[in-house]
Design a protein around this ligand. Structure first.
Ligand code: 26Q
Length: 821
């Protein structure tokens, strides 16, 4: 009987227009007489939202009914970017919308561009979570994401006088993609104390009392799969003062202001994303964010499980929880607390359930990024959790002692508590001990964690606990949406768009590598994408670049280990060479545009210095008449997901040049190659597997190997160190003030000359410059270049996040897809 009332989504362009207009006039209460691009975007989004909601409700009902094991992906970051284009594509009505918008007098690109990026992440880790959500839904896995609803995402970057300036990113003014679930609230406790007593049976009971309560409110975001009705849920928690906390006593006694201040303090928890990437800084509010989100998410997961009236031993058969780095590690002691203190299980049962439920993904070996929290802070904020952590440690160390009775040092090395002053809790160790699988994100990285930071744990637990799942990217966003013409060309040869669901089908493109018409079209697409980027460069910097030049791009967070400094020193080296040339020699130079983009953490001075240097170098070179179009250096401000979609398809070469052994995987390397760009890179992260897939002839590798890094660093410290002569010349130019006040850059230069060159810039400089020359030579031979590019695209099938998610599902989660009704 209900069926006749079921909403009827649009099917035709005309029905779409009617729906969009209805939303503009009623939902938004706007007159059609001043219907601008933004209102049209809003109407379009709301019309598609209606579509999504129907599939979303059906999916959730179906998943509840089928009651199979679910995956919960806990991540403090989801770097989603824009949603509308992806929603239109996945729902399969993009062409209808395009037609409808055109008849209303708008172009699809302009409407899509109205949307504000959802930038709830810093970089690779957050974008990986977003790609995973897309793949989980597209492959019909019953999965939820859990995160925080930050009011401010990653800051917007402005470049003022060559310096980075941070501007807050308030993004919630109009967000049609989230639904406040006013009925779903969780009280989260902080501070207070633990009271212990014996119950009538003599069993010891712990009660966490007092402190303060903050309320978690659920905001849900639908995640549609590609060409499937499966629409999963991303639940983001917002913080609010608990109703009892709004102190009416104070209110009535006229202390209104201080009661409002209490409210605001509670709301601060979900106010802002911490803008550090690969750096941890021990701030209390960050720990509060972590616990708030873990507690709310686990309460929600446990509540859903309890509705099925199963025995607790079934919990790991129904629930897989994946920890995206150590940020959600508190979920481990929190589940134990729920099972023991609230549900009355004993330690062994609780431990067995917990360690079967969690999987932990490590994303870094950098020591400064490994999370540690001081014991006094933990004692103050989460007294019961600290006790549980001590209990975990005790049980674990007793086991280690039994297993390795002769190795006394082992105990202090693997202890969850670092015996420093103050003592510190090592979060990664809790994550390893409390999970049944630990994975790295590329082969080299997974090997490195087994031989460095988790070496002892491999000895203790055996090697099978540790595994690799090489990262991937979603081809829907990173090929089809970002590069529609290339996707169309591929579809024309492969007989349709099935490759977007099975990216390994790309291998069939190799048959067309010598097809003249295909090659020509492939080149034309690349050129058109470069023209599009040249326009963005012109609009945002005022500099005109020639799209016929070689476009060389490095876009990613600014970090010493990623070595943007190596790139800019290389630019200076090239500039000095051009300056020294005769006019005749200059005619033979391959023109290049060097494009940089990326944010520095606001407190990371060295990274900010690198941005300043890039801008100063650009200022000098871009206005030097001796150079002209032979060379341009561009810094594109505010690199984000939507800009990446425009930048990635426009590269001839992109740079992935981290010191070997430091970049866990990298994912933009995959995006660039998939879009027909070649890459220059070190033997690091996923570069190694990309090389294996596409062939050594199709990548420009250079530099020292990970296995030699330690010795080289050691040699530097003991004075066995010769600054590369070409780099010395670069430093001379900087010191002579060629790029403005030399003192601005002295810390950067001295770090290499006097302080051990930790990132081996000098050691790799000659190899880097030589490889850049090979790139110039290679690009001169366009025919060969295109062959390499097409061959590479054809061999990138492995790097789909669909492959990656299937590997997690099989090796770590043990979950099966649920076929939609
Ligand atoms: C930790 C504590 C306190 C505040 C911030 C943080 C924090 C925040 C973000 C620590 C690390 C991150 C982000 C790390 C990250 O993005 N890692 C990248 O993950 C990618 C996906 O696996 C890899 O491809 C990259 O190689 C890796 O650098």
């Amino acid at each position: 009987a209900w069926k006749k009332f079921a909403p009827k989504p649009f099917q035709t362009a005309e029905e779409f227009e009617r729906e969009a207009i209805r939303h503009i006039e009623t939902t938004l209460a706007r007159s059609l007489y001043n219907c601008d691009e933004f209102a049209t975007y809003a109407g379009t989004a709301l019309a598609f939202r209606d579509r999504l909601i129907i599939d979303w409700n059906t999916t959730q009902q179906n998943h509840t009914f089928k009651d199979q094991k679910r995956v919960y992906y806990l991540s403090l970051e989801f770097l989603m970017g824009r949603t509308l284009d992806n929603a239109m594509l996945n729902v399969g009505l993009k062409n209808i919308a395009k037609e409808g918008l055109e008849s209303l007098g708008f172009r699809m690109e302009d409407i899509v561009a109205q949307e504000h990026d959802a930038a709830l992440g810093n970089g690779g880790l957050g974008r990986l979570a977003a790609c995973f959500l897309d793949s989980l839904a597209s492959l019909n896995y019953p999965a939820w994401g859990y995160g925080l609803r930050y009011r401010y995402g990653i800051f917007k970057q402005e470049i003022v006088d060559g310096y980075q300036v941070e501007v807050p990113d308030y993004w919630l003014d109009f967000n049609p993609w989230e639904f406040a679930r006013h009925d779903i609230k969780v009280d989260v406790q902080f501070y207070g104390s633990v009271r212990k007593y014996q119950d009538d049976d003599g069993k010891s009971i712990s009660v966490w009392e007092g402190g303060e309560i903050v309320q978690a409110l659920a905001f849900d975001v639908p995640i549609p799969g590609y060409q499937t009705a499966t629409t999963n849920n991303l639940r983001l928690w917002g913080s609010k003062a608990a109703s009892g906390e709004f102190d009416f006593q104070k209110f009535n006694s006229g202390d209104y202001e201080s009661s409002v201040a209490d409210q605001q303090r509670a709301e601060t928890i979900s106010a802002v994303l911490y803008p550090n990437d690969n750096l941890e800084r021990g701030k209390e509010l960050r720990l509060k964010q972590q616990y708030f989100w873990c507690a709310a998410s686990l309460y929600d997961i446990v509540r859903r499980f309890k509705k099925t009236h199963r025995s607790w031993t079934e919990f790991p058969n129904q629930v897989a929880i994946q920890l995206n780095d150590t940020h959600p590690t508190l979920a481990i002691p929190e589940l134990i607390r729920i099972l023991i203190d609230l549900e009355g299980l004993d330690w062994d049962q609780a431990w067995d359930i917990t360690s079967k439920t969690f999987g932990y993904t490590n994303h870094t070996v950098l020591p400064e990024a490994l999370e540690k929290w001081s014991v006094p802070l933990m004692q103050h904020l989460l007294p019961r959790h600290l006790q549980i952590i001590y209990d975990i440690n005790l049980q674990f160390l007793q086991y280690v002692e039994r297993t390795f009775p002769k190795d006394r040092d082992m105990l202090s090395r693997v202890s969850v508590i670092e015996e420093s002053n103050p003592k510190m809790v090592r979060m990664a160790y809790i994550a390893v001990i409390g999970s049944h699988k630990v994975n790295g994100v590329a082969e080299l990285h997974s090997d490195l964690i087994k031989t460095t930071i988790f070496k002892d744990f491999v000895a203790i637990f055996g090697p099978d606990k540790f595994t690799n799942v090489t990262n991937g990217i979603t081809p829907r966003r990173w090929l089809h949406q970002a590069n529609p013409r290339l996707s169309e060309l591929i579809a024309s040869k492969l007989g349709g768009y099935d490759f977007l669901k099975d990216l390994t089908m790309l291998h069939k493109l190799e048959a067309y590598v010598d097809d003249a018409a295909f090659r020509k079209e492939f080149q034309e697409i690349k050129y058109a994408n470069k023209v599009r980027l040249a326009k963005l460069i012109k609009d945002s910097t005022g500099v005109s670049v020639n799209p016929a030049s070689l476009f060389d791009i490095q876009v990613k967070r600014i970090h010493e280990y990623k070595r943007q400094q190596l790139n800019i020193f290389g630019c200076i080296h090239r500039y000095l060479q051009i300056k020294a040339m005769t006019p005749a020699a200059r005619k033979k130079v391959m023109p290049r545009v060097h494009i940089f983009g990326g944010k520095a953490a606001p407190g990371y001075w060295m990274a900010k210095t690198v941005i300043h240097l890039i801008n100063q170098v650009g200022k000098v070179i871009n206005s030097d008449p001796d150079v002209g179009d032979l060379m341009k250096v561009i810094f594109l401000e505010d690199y984000n997901v939507s800009k990446a979609e425009l930048i990635v398809p426009a590269s001839d070469i992109s740079e992935h040049i981290s010191t070997a052994g430091t970049e866990a995987s990298g994912t933009s390397n995959m995006k660039f190659v998939l879009n027909g760009g070649l890459i220059i890179g070190t033997c690091d992260g996923a570069n190694i597997e990309i090389t294996r897939e596409i062939g050594e002839a199709n990548i420009f590798l250079f530099g020292n190997l990970a296995e030699d890094v330690e010795d080289l660093r050691h040699a530097h410290l003991y004075g066995r160190y010769q600054l590369d002569p070409a780099l010395a010349t670069v430093f001379d130019a900087i010191k002579h003030g060629t790029f403005g006040d030399a003192s601005s850059f002295s810390a950067l230069v001295n770090g290499i000359v006097d302080h051990g060159d930790y990132y081996l810039v000098s050691d790799d400089f000659a190899s880097y410059c030589k490889t850049q020359e090979l790139i110039d030579e290679g690009y001169r031979n366009q025919e060969e270049w295109v062959t390499r590019a097409i061959t590479s695209v054809a061999r990138m099938g492995f790097f789909s996040s669909d492959r990656c998610i299937d590997e997690y599902a099989e090796m770590i989660w043990n979950v099966e897809p649920v076929v939609p009704e």
